[in-house]
Design a protein around this ligand. Structure first.
Ligand SMILES: [Zn+2]
Length: 441
């Protein structure tokens, strides 16, 4: 669906069909043309003025300008806290332990905010993250090539976090402010967490703390780049290591040692195809909703020199689960590796404990009219927030995941403005459900 939309955009833009449509067209979406600009309709000053004159776009600019690579969220957290305090929110700064190796860095906080006027804990929570991936890319605003259709679409806001997820943060704050201006009794809460990009330590700390409004929550709206579609769910996650232990020897006399590399290769060859192997033949399950389970052997390390029989070898693997539970997947992987290495001299073991993140596929709600519906292949903080059964969970936000962690992270003004409307519609639907008593929890 995504590709056909992009193809249509390419045709409208007069781009010739390419033999590798996916490659070229992803660039079309993600990178405003780097080629010589034709006569710009805005000067840089007038672009800056457009941002300055919009409280929403100014907030987004100020957020992106603050470097907040995971572990370094101190300043952006303080900024968000002050911003919300100045707008009649009661703000709790919840300290999250510093990440390993960054102990000397300033403390980092989840920011949890509720309207000062509210007397009860929130029933509707909007949440996103304030950390970003590295490296920092400064904020800039510029004009797109004149192929898009409206003025707001032509203004491109770029920089690290502009999409993932400071676009969502800014739009959620404005959707909340605008809803409260109309309906001061709406029982809303805002939560902006640290560490989403490194396994979700911020959300886990919040979830396990007394701040989690678990008993009052009826709706949670997660903000991540979804191109303004409602996400019906995302795959689960499981990480593990494969370790082989052998005996070192001179490579001229390999029979005197046990090669850890020779031992790990059959195990990895088997692991590598588990996503394409039918379940009845010992593979990992697929699902109609998410497609196949996929595995990525992302890291392999082994040996010390070409003339030494390697004593140690290990590989790091990430699994994106399309069906079943992590426990079931562990069993399947263990069985597959056991049979692949049967009879070998060197030992091969699996370590499922070195990755603390594992969760089954996450099904989300899409029952609000007026949105496109999609599924995504990336992980989020959704599984890290413990909610009661029956709580509605939505995943929605401005910008495209295709540019989110790249060198050209950017979105246009129209996208972020539309996201405020989208979030308001999700809040509105949640309020209506509460009014009608239609909430299943
Ligand atoms: Zn994100």
């Amino acid at each position: 669906m995504k590709f056909s939309y992009i193809t249509a955009a390419a045709i409208i833009a007069g781009v010739k069909a390419s033999p590798h449509p996916a490659l070229e067209q992803q660039q079309l979406l993600s990178v405003p043309s780097q080629s010589a600009p034709s006569a710009p309709s805005y000067s840089q000053t007038s672009l800056d003025d457009i941002i300055r004159d919009s409280p929403l776009l100014s907030l987004h600019r100020d957020l992106v300008k603050i470097e907040s690579i995971s572990g370094n969220e101190h300043d952006v957290g303080n900024f968000v806290a002050q911003y919300l305090e100045a707008r009649d929110f009661t703000v709790v700064k919840q300290e999250v332990p510093q990440v390993k190796g960054k102990e000397a860095t300033k403390p980092r906080y989840n920011i949890y905010a509720t309207p000062t006027s509210s007397t009860e804990p929130p029933s509707i929570l909007l949440t996103s993250h304030i950390d970003t991936v590295p490296p920092f890319i400064p904020y800039s605003v510029h004009e797109a090539e004149p192929s898009t259709t409206t003025e707001r679409e032509n203004i491109i806001l770029s920089g690290r976090g502009s999409v993932d997820a400071k676009g969502s943060v800014a739009a959620q704050i404005f959707a909340t402010l605008e809803t409260l201006a109309k309906n001061p009794n709406a029982n809303l809460g805002l939560l902006f967490v640290v560490g989403e990009e490194i396994g979700g330590d911020g959300m886990k700390v919040f979830s396990d703390s007394p701040l989690n409004p678990k008993s009052s929550l009826k709706t949670v709206i997660f903000g991540e780049p979804t191109e303004a579609a409602l996400v019906a769910g995302h795959k689960g996650m499981l990480g593990f290591k494969v370790l082989a232990h052998g005996t070192a020897a001179h490579s001229g006399y390999p029979w005197l040692g046990k090669s850890a590399v020779s031992a790990i290769l059959p195990a990895l060859s088997r692991v590598d195809v588990l996503g394409n192997t039918p379940v009845e033949k010992g593979g990992l399950p697929a699902s109609p909703k998410y497609g196949p389970t996929t595995l990525n052997i992302g890291v392999i390390r082994a040996g010390v020199a070409t003339n030494v029989v390697p004593k140690e070898a290990w590989a790091d693997v990430a699994v994106r689960l399309a069906a079943g539970t992590p426990a079931e997947a562990r069993e399947i992987i263990q069985r597959a590796v056991d049979s692949a290495v049967e009879g070998q001299e060197a030992k091969v073991v699996l370590d499922f404990t070195s990755h603390n993140e594992s969760y089954p596929p996450q099904d989300l709600d899409v029952d609000v009219d007026g949105f496109e519906v999609t599924t995504v292949n990336y992980g989020t903080d959704v599984p890290n927030l413990d909610v009661r059964a029956g709580v509605k969970r939505y995943l929605y936000g401005p910008g495209s995941i295709f540019v989110a962690h790249g060198d050209h992270e950017a979105l246009n003004v129209r996208e972020i403005e539309d996201a405020v409307v989208g979030y308001k519609r999700l809040i509105e639907a949640a309020l209506e459900r509460e009014e009608k008593g239609e909430v299943g929890v």
